[in-house]
Design a protein around this ligand. Sequence first.
Ligand code: HEC
Length: 147
Amino acid sequence: MKVFTGVALAALSLGALVGSVGSGVAGQAGTNPKAGATPADWIQVAQAAPTQAALVAEGGPLFARNCAVCHGNAGQGDIGPKLAGNPFVNSAGAVIAQILHGAEEHGMPPFQEALNDRQIAAIATYVRNSWGNTAGPVLPEEVARTR
Ligand code: HEC
């Protein structure tokens, strides 16, 4: 039963993340047999090794809000360097450190206070797997270890 709950919630949350399915999700919620799930259940599911697809889906809007102004919506670069096809993104550790600490003397702010581990993992995964980049996921645990 516990496993079923996790799978059902994961499926629902993935549906919500993949986005633009608002009415579909609302419909599912109405018939959700596990409507009594607590926020703690959700957090548990969210922390259970997110998939690359889930992280990319979460990271897109976060990138648009926090990074695109300088790096371009398509990672093409502007004030900040181009991220599409940039070999820098192949190092997970370098990307995590760049987001956490920024490079203030060169015009990039730090995000360690503004974003949590999961959000930074999602943005890093998005950047590493968009616009032709194929560097793989960054997990929240890796961000936590780098902080
Ligand atoms: C205010 C502008 C600005 C914002 C916002 C910003 N960056 Fe940057 N970013 C820069 C600049 C400028 C550099 C170059 C820093 C340097 O040369 O040391 C940079 C460098 C980088 C690099 C290293 C690229 C390389 O080739 O050296 C990565 C990766 C990066 N940013 C990702 C991000 C992500 C992800 C976000 C959002 C969480 C973000 N940046 C937000 C301006 C910005």
